[in-house]
Unconditional design. Structure first.
Length: 240
């Protein structure tokens, strides 16, 4: 594939490394409006764009890719309020977008475990749920996009919970989502169900960004030739 990387931070650099290892070609790296102007000719011959920028620039970046009829794999988080309008643009104009809060295969398996566990625990209201996430100090959004997906999946399945709060909840109906920012941490997510007599806990720890970058590249290879809006769930379902 001929690849464009939009947002050349730590994730963009990790994607570049693993893409080159897998014999793909990096056509352009976009990190500013000036880059968009200067690298437009290269972008017109690109097969796939990886969008890992910031919540403030992601919608503009995706829109520019759509105007070039360029498929997009997007891992930027913190902009879910704008996602419905982008999905509509994508579907109405026959574009291609795959968005995920987390591209790690392990995390996506963790999502499935979380959904299944929440369904089971709905029968046992004596257990209270608590979600914690830890990331590096430069992560902009809080809670993380992964934690938000975990939280929303729980809310859809636990009758006792109707909202999440990014602090210890004083209300039984609130799901506590606790965020920690620690230097050098790639990502830790843990979910705990606790009663007066026992605790059930599941946890995912990322050792490095390579798992995220490898999953994003797998998503891009799967996305080639497809039209519409997709998530990692579509990819994993198609692999069954």
């Amino acid at each position: 594939m001929k690849i464009a990387i939009i947002g050349f931070g730590k994730m963009g650099q990790a994607i570049e490394k693993i893409a080159l290892q897998n014999h793909h070609t990096i056509i352009a790296k976009i990190d500013s409006d000036k880059d968009w102007d200067e690298k437009l000719p290269q972008l017109k011959s690109t097969d796939m764009a990886f969008e890992f920028s910031t919540p403030d620039s992601v919608v503009s970046n995706i829109t520019k890719c759509f105007q070039l009829n360029l498929p997009v794999v997007c891992g930027t988080t913190g902009w879910d309020d704008r996602l419905p309008e982008v999905i509509k643009i994508c579907r109405d104009n026959n574009h291609t977008l795959l968005k995920s809060a987390n591209f790690s295969i392990g995390v996506n398996v963790f999502f499935k475990l979380n959904q299944y566990l929440a369904t089971l625990m709905n029968r046992f209201p004596q257990f209270d749920a608590l979600l914690e996430e830890t990331h590096h100090t430069t992560k902009l959004d809080k809670p993380s996009g992964t934690a938000l997906q975990l939280a929303n999946d729980i809310l859809h399945r636990l009758d006792a919970k109707n909202n999440w709060v990014n602090e210890p909840s004083k209300n039984k109906a609130g799901l506590s989502v606790i965020s920690h920012r620690v230097a050098g941490v790639s990502g830790i997510h843990s979910l705990k169900y606790e009663s007066d007599i026992e605790i059930i806990e599941i946890k995912h720890t990322a050792k490095s960004r390579e798992g995220f970058a490898g999953g994003a590249l797998m998503a891009a290879e799967w996305l080639l030739g497809r039209k519409g809006y997709f998530t990692m769930d579509d990819l994993l379902t198609d692999m069954n």
